[in-house]
Design a protein around this ligand. Structure first.
Ligand code: ZN
Ligand code: ZN
Length: 171
């Protein structure tokens, strides 16, 4: 037994619990919780656990909501791949993700454009900018439209979480 205990001691020293390592690598801002570890090639943070690599935003969603249903993605409403704030994460399908990308593509308007595709004014509080890592540019976007998307996602998240709880998935 003492050998096992020693081994356990060494192991826990070398590999602190996942939660601990996770917390040590997150810096919480007023909006996003930013992962400080090295991102993978897609810009997502990853962490090793039990020899497997996990994407940290998926772990964050699961800790807040429970297991991710089969085939679902965890999407960022804040367009920040390394963000792990559960409030910015939502479940979606590959199709949602593509739609989202298309929608965001349309919002990358030239500076002189004054209204979004839905006619909201792109100025003051309603205008926000974010750095688009893939395109390597600062994009301008409509906050009203972003809020609409986020609300739709929240509704869908709640419905999905409810469905998962009620065991309606085939998982
Ligand atoms: Zn965020
Ligand atoms: Zn708009």
């Amino acid at each position: 037994m003492s050998d096992t205990q020693t081994l356990e001691g060494v192991r826990s020293k070398r590999y602190p619990p996942l939660e601990e390592r996770f917390a040590a690598l997150v810096v919480k801002t007023e909006t996003c919780w930013l992962w400080q570890g090295k991102p993978n090639t897609s810009g997502y943070g990853t962490i090793r656990d039990g020899g497997r690599k996990h994407r940290v935003h998926r772990i964050a969603w699961e800790w807040a909501n429970g297991p991710i249903p089969d085939g679902m993605l965890v999407l960022h409403s804040c367009d920040t791949p390394r963000c792990v704030n559960p409030a910015h994460l939502s479940l979606g399908t590959v199709r949602d993700n593509n739609y989202d990308r298309d929608a965001k593509g349309r919002t990358k308007t030239p500076a002189r454009k004054t209204h979004c595709i839905r006619g909201h004014e792109l100025s003051g509080y309603n205008l926000y900018t974010f750095f688009d890592r893939k395109l390597g540019l600062t994009a301008r976007a409509c906050r009203a439209c972003a809020n609409m998307r986020q609300n739709a996602r929240r509704r869908r998240n709640r419905a999905l979480a409810r469905a998962a709880r009620e065991g309606t998935s085939n998982g």
